[in-house]
Ligand binder design. Structure first.
Ligand SMILES: *Cc1c(COP(=O)(O)O)cnc(C)c1O
Length: 427
């Protein structure tokens, strides 16, 4: 596959942008290749600067649940452009999206819009600290909650991919209040909360971990988080930036029937525009300025273009049968990939929740970050590059999830499975 234009663009990019990219995982360093520069996309197809066509399983890292350039989303954006792009003042659109989110997500009674998932988690943690008057926060190894200082401890996504333990530039004192525990280990969690619970402002978790590959919560894990945080008065924050409106319309909390105190959102609720949000119990949310003393603000927050793309997306995914269809296609893909690996004698472990999936090159099971790290990264690298050459666009890291959109149809998935079968026998 010819990618000379991408190569040229990357060459130029590296001179003016650090690493040539505006987010580290895009650089494809872990898979030993150069990034593909994208020209355009439609449905589940994405086209690079050299005109090559790929079936897209990255979906802009989660937002594109409807596929690219969905007509309802595009026409809503066209309409808002006739009114303006940013006012820095309240609009009807913010209220409409807030109402949609409150109706959808069981635990959310009030919601504040921000511009990214990072901002959402950072603000939710400030709020939890302000509300409880406590300093410590607890997270889980391999979970990624954006790049705020206090959360760059044992983090997933690019931090895991690039093998960065923390990050220079984050003072030790900034992370001194952050505890990190293994995912899916209720016993360790219980013990830690019994010891430090009265100092812990909040526990933040990806209810389905999607930033160390895909690791689903074991039965009882999320329940334990809920029970123990109740006892210690620590707030439970579900970081649903990825899982919100993805694993179910009401997110992972609706799927598993667990009610957190606060929830962070992003990705899908912006329909492909930059967005984030945090919400939860009214008595907690009322602590945010100007109603309360916890300060948080944003010039572009509630941006009308992002709001309108989010509203249009949420309307579409409410159609009856939407999630059932996604589930069916995702199950079919998971089955096909497993069969391809088995036929080639390649050990893989596949975990999946709805249209989020992870395939680890290890026998498994993978229930936590240390198990995810037993994956054969060299094998993943060969798999990634060979799949790319067959027109299958995957996240360039073993520690990222794969996403299926409503625009993928059975033919696209069959093409993907065929490619995987051909690639696997040569691994
Ligand atoms: C993507 C993601 C974030 C960060 O969101 P950005 O918009 O990239 O800042 C935070 N938490 C989770 C679970 C995510 O998947």
């Amino acid at each position: 596959m010819k990618r000379s234009r991408s190569r040229q663009l990357f060459h130029n990019a590296q001179k003016c942008i650090p690493g040539g990219v505006n987010s580290p995982v895009r650089a494809c360093k872990a898979v030993g290749s150069d990034p593909v520069f994208i020209d355009r996309a439609i449905g589940c197809l994405i086209f690079d600067a050299d005109g090559n066509r790929y079936i897209d399983y990255v979906g802009s890292w989660g937002p594109m649940i409807l596929g690219h350039r969905h007509s309802a989303v595009i026409s809503s954006i066209r309409t808002i452009l006739e009114r303006g792009t940013s006012f820095g003042a309240p609009t009807d659109l913010e209220v409409e999206l807030a109402e949609q989110i409150i109706e959808a997500v069981p635990s959310i009674e009030m919601v504040r819009m921000v511009n990214s998932g990072t901002e959402a988690t950072m603000s939710a943690i400030r709020l939890a600290r302000g509300f409880t008057g406590r300093d410590k926060i607890l997270k889980f190894d391999g979970c990624y909650h954006g790049h705020a200082d206090a959360l760059l401890v044992e983090a997933g996504s690019g931090v895991a991919t690039l093998g960065i333990p923390g990050s220079p530039g984050v003072p030790q004192s900034f992370v001194a209040h952050t505890l990190s525990l293994p995912y899916n280990d209720p016993q360790r969690f219980r013990e830690t909360l019994r010891q430090h619970g009265d100092q812990i402002a909040c526990v933040i978790v990806e209810p389905v971990a999607g930033n160390m590959g895909l690791v689903s919560p074991q039965p009882g894990f999320l329940e334990t988080l809920r029970e123990e945080t109740h006892k210690t008065g620590s707030l439970l924050i579900f970081d649903e930036v990825m899982t919100g409106f993805r694993v179910a319309y009401g997110g992972a909390q609706a799927l598993y029937g667990i009610t957190p105190d606060l929830t962070t959102l992003g990705k899908i609720i912006g329909g492909g525009m930059p967005v984030g949000a945090y919400g939860g119990r009214r008595d907690i949310m009322e602590h945010i300025a100007p109603q309360g003393p916890v300060y948080q603000a944003g010039t572009l927050s509630g941006n009308p273009v992002a709001m309108t793309a989010g509203i249009a997306t949420l309307k579409e995914i409410q159609n009856p049968g939407f999630y059932d269809a996604l589930e069916e296609k995702s199950r079919y893909l998971a089955q096909g990939l497993k069969q391809a690996a088995d036929a080639a004698g390649i050990p893989v472990y596949i975990d999946r929740v709805g249209s989020m999936m992870g395939m680890f090159f290890t026998k498994g099971p993978v229930t936590c970050f240390s198990e995810a790290k037993t994956s054969d990264l060299d094998r993943f690298k060969h798999y990634y590059n060979a799949m790319l050459d067959k027109g299958i666009y995957l996240a360039p890291s073993q520690f990222e999830a794969l996403f299926i959109s409503s625009a993928h149809n059975i033919e696209h998935i069959d093409e993907t499975i065929r490619a995987a079968a051909e690639v696997m026998v040569k691994l």
